[in-house]
Design a protein around this ligand. Structure first.
Ligand code: PEP
Ligand code: MG
Length: 590
C-alpha cells in the first residue's frame, strides 16, 4: 500500500487529468459524481429459493429498464442496447448465477458477481479489442442487475441543475437515458475508449465526452467545477479563474467556429486556387448518414457495414440488410454511398464467430479473404447491396484487397449474384466495384488493380499497420505506425500514380485524411477525394479552402525526402502555421 504522502492531492485543489476525447467540444460546469457501486455482499444464502426469486425479479426489472432505454432510441442506436438485452437473457449468464445460488448457497449479489467475473476473464484476456469491449457490456449488465437487487436504482437521479457527469463507467443504457438530458453538459468516464458504445452514443447525441480518465473519481471531493476539454482530451477539476475563462472562451469559439464552418458546409469545396475537392463521410452507424450530409459531406465515402453485424452479434439476413442500406441511400439523397463489404476478422469478430483466429489475426483470414472463403456470407451482402442500388448511387468497396486475383474472384461472385437476381425477377442494379488499397502489396501494384477496379480507396490505418509491421491496436508500437513517415508517403505517391494511369477515381478514407497535420501533405500528394469521420468534416473543409495547390505540392515533395514523421510534422507546422495555425489550435493541437 502506498504511504499517505504518495496519495494524490484532494480534488478541491486544482487537478488535471488526461483522457481520450471521445466526442468533440468543451464544457464548463459543476461536477456531479455518480458514486461507484460498492462491493456485492458476500454472504451465504439463508433461503436459496428466495435468492433465486430475488435474482429473477431483478433480471426482469433490468430487462424492463433496458427495454425502456432502448425504445427511446431510434432503430440504429437501439442496436447498441440490443446487444445488452441479448447478453442479459443469455442462458449461460442466468443459469450460471442460479447454479451458484442453488449449488454453492451464495446470496444472489455474490453469485452474480462471480458469474460476471468468470465470464469476463477470458474476454478480457483476449488480444481482440472486440472481445475486450464485450467484457465491458457484461460488466454493465451485471451492474444493472446488481442495482435492482439492492433496490439501489436512484443512483443515476440527477440534481436539478446543469452538470458535468463524472462516472466510473456508463453503460450504453445509462448513456442513452442521460446524455439526452439537457442538464448534462458533458460526460467524463474513467473507463472506455473512443470506439466504445458509450463514445458512439455521446457523439451521436453531440455531448462532449472525455473517457479513460483513470483514477479520477477517487480524487474528486464535493462538487467542484470542472472544465471538460473534449478537443484535447483533458479534464481540469477546480480550474483557476484564468483557465475557466479561457475554456469558456475556447468552448464558445469552437461552437461559433464549427457553426460558421457549417454555414459554408454546402458551398462547393475548392482549394484557395480553385482545385475542386470532394469530401465524403465515414460512418459506422446508419443513423450517422443524415447528419453527415447535413454537415456538408456530399455522400458516404465509407460505410463500415461490419458494425451492423458486430452490434447485432448475428448475421443480418438479406432483407434486413436491404432495409438498412436503403435508409442510408435515402439519407444521402443524390450523393454516392460506398458500402464496404464486411471487414470481419482481425480485431473485428462478432459474438460466437466460428472462425479460427489463427496465429496472427491481423495477417490471417480477415475482410475480403474471409468473404472469399465463406462466400455465403458475402453473397447475402452483395445481393442486398445490388437491390439497394435501385434507390440511388451505390458503390461496392472490397476491404483488404491484396492481389488482382482476389479482385477478379470477388467481381465474379458479384456478377453471379446479379444474374441470380435477374433470373429471380428481383429489382436490382449493377454497381461500380472498388478496391481498398491498404496492404503494401496492393499499394505497390495499384496500377494493376486500377486496370480492373472501377475505383480505389486508400485505408491508411491498415496501410500504416502493415507497412511498419506495427499492430494498430497495440499502444506499445503505435508510434511506429505514423502515416506521415516518408516510407508511407512514398507508397501513397505510388498509389496516386497508379490510379492516375487508368484515370480511376481515388479516395482516401483512412484517418490520415482527418489528421490536421497530415491533411496538407495528403492534398499535396494529389488526393482530391477524401472521406473522413463526421467530427472532422468542418475542419477538413476549412483547411482545404485556405491552402493552395503549388504550396502543397512543394510541401509534399519536400516531406518525402525527409527521414522521419517527426521531421515531416515539423515541416508542416513551420510551412503552414501562418495559414492554418488557428485551426490546429481549435482542434487541440498545441
Ligand atoms: C483503414 O484501414 O484505413 C480503413 C479506412 O479501414 P478500417 O479503419 O475500417 O480498417
Ligand atoms: Mg482497413
Amino acid at each position: 500500500m502506498s504511504a499517505p504522502s504518495e496519495l494524490p492531492p484532494p480534488s478541491t485543489e486544482r487537478l488535471e487529468v488526461a483522457g481520450i476525447a471521445a466526442s468533440l467540444g468543451i464544457a464548463v460546469g459543476t461536477v456531479h459524481v455518480v458514486p461507484r457501486t460498492g462491493r456485492a455482499p458476500r454472504r451465504r444464502a439463508q433461503d436459496r429459493a428466495r435468492e433465486v426469486d430475488r435474482l429473477k425479479t431483478a433480471l426482469e426489472a433490468t430487462r424492463a429498464e433496458l427495454q425502456v432505454a432502448r425504445d427511446g432510441l431510434d432503430e440504429e442506436m437501439g442496436l447498441v442496447l440490443d446487444a445488452l438485452l441479448l447478453m442479459h437473457s443469455d442462458r449461460l449468464f442466468v443459469d450460471a448465477t442460479v447454479e451458484r445460488i442453488e449449488r454453492d448457497g451464495l446470496v444472489a449479489e455474490w453469485a452474480l458477481e462471480r458469474t460476471v467475473a468468470s465470464l469476463k476473464a477470458p474476454l478480457l484476456a483476449s488480444t481482440n479489442r472486440y472481445f475486450r469491449e464485450r467484457a465491458e457490456d457484461l460488466e454493465h449488465v451485471g451492474a444493472h442487475v446488481l442495482r435492482h437487487l439492492r433496490g439501489d436504482t436512484d443512483r443515476w437521479t440527477l440534481p436539478e441543475r446543469e452538470l458535468v457527469l463524472v462516472a466510473a463507467d456508463l453503460s450504453p443504457a445509462d448513456a442513452a437515458r442521460l446524455l439526452g438530458d439537457p442538464r448534462v453538459l458533458a460526460v467524463v468516464t474513467e473507463t472506455g475508449s473512443a470506439t466504445s458504445h458509450t463514445a458512439l452514443l455521446a457523439r451521436a447525441l453531440e455531448v462532449p465526452a472525455v473517457v479513460g480518465t483513470r483514477g479520477l473519481l477517487d480524487r474528486i471531493e464535493g462538487t467542484p467545477e470542472a472544465v471538460v476539454d473534449a478537443l484535447r482530451g483533458r479534464v481540469i477539476v477546480a480550474p483557476d479563474a484564468a483557465e475557466r475563462d479561457a475554456a469558456i472562451d475556447r468552448g464558445a469559439r469552437f461552437l461559433r467556429f464549427a457553426s460558421s464552418l457549417r454555414d459554408r458546409a454546402h458551398e462547393a469545396l475548392r482549394t484557395a486556387d480553385g482545385d475542386a475537392v470532394e469530401l465524403l463521410a465515414n460512418i459506422e452507424l446508419p443513423a450517422e448518414a443524415g447528419a453527415a450530409c447535413a454537415h456538408g459531406a456530399t455522400g458516404i465515402g465509407l460505410y463500415r457495414t461490419e458494425y451492423l453485424y458486430l452490434e447485432r452479434g448475428a448475421l443480418p439476413d438479406e432483407e434486413s440488410q436491404l432495409e438498412v442500406y436503403r435508409s442510408v441511400v435515402e439519407a444521402a439523397g443524390t450523393g454516392p454511398v460506398v458500402l464496404r463489404t464486411f471487414d470481419l476478422g482481425g480485431d473485428k469478430l462478432p459474438h460466437g464467430a466460428r472462425t479460427t483466429r489463427g496465429p496472427n489475426p491481423a495477417l490471417g483470414l480477415r475482410a475480403l479473404r474471409l468473404s472469399l472463403r465463406r462466400p455465403a456470407l458475402f453473397r447475402t451482402q452483395v445481393r442486398a447491396v445490388l437491390r439497394a442500388a435501385v434507390s440511388g448511387d451505390v458503390r461496392l468497396l472490397l476491404p483488404l484487397v491484396t492481389t488482382v486475383d482476389e479482385l477478379r474472384r470477388a467481381r465474379a461472385i458479384v456478377e453471379e449474384c446479379a444474374r441470380e437476381l435477374e433470373a429471380e425477377g428481383v429489382a436490382h442494379a449493377r454497381v461500380p466495384i472498388g478496391a481498398m488499397v491498404e496492404v503494401p502489396a496492393a499499394a505497390l501494384r495499384t496500377e494493376r488493380l486500377a486496370r480492373e477496379a472501377d475505383f480505389l480507396s486508400v485505408g491508411t490505418n491498415d496501410l500504416a499497420q502493415y507497412t511498419f509491421a506495427a499492430d494498430r491496436g497495440d499502444p506499445d508500437v503505435s508510434e511506429l505506425a505514423d502515416p506521415l513517415d516518408p516510407a508511407l508517403l512514398l507508397l501513397l505517391r505510388s498509389i496516386v500514380d497508379g490510379a492516375a494511369r487508368h484515370d480511376r477515381p481515388l479516395t482516401m478514407c483512412g484517418d490520415m485524411a482527418a489528421d490536421p497535420l497530415a491533411l496538407p501533405v495528403v492534398l499535396g500528394l494529389g488526393f482530391r477525394r477524401l472521406s473522413t469521420p463526421l467530427a472532422a468534416l468542418p475542419f477538413v473543409q476549412e483547411t482545404v479552402r485556405r491552402v493552395d495547390t503549388p504550396t502543397l505540392r512543394a510541401l509534399a515533395a519536400e516531406a518525402i525526402e525527409l527521414d522521419s514523421a517527426v521531421e515531416v510534422r515539423a515541416l508542416v507546422r513551420s510551412s503552414l502555421d501562418g495559414s492554418l495555425g488557428d485551426l490546429w489550435t481549435e482542434q487541440g493541437l498545441g
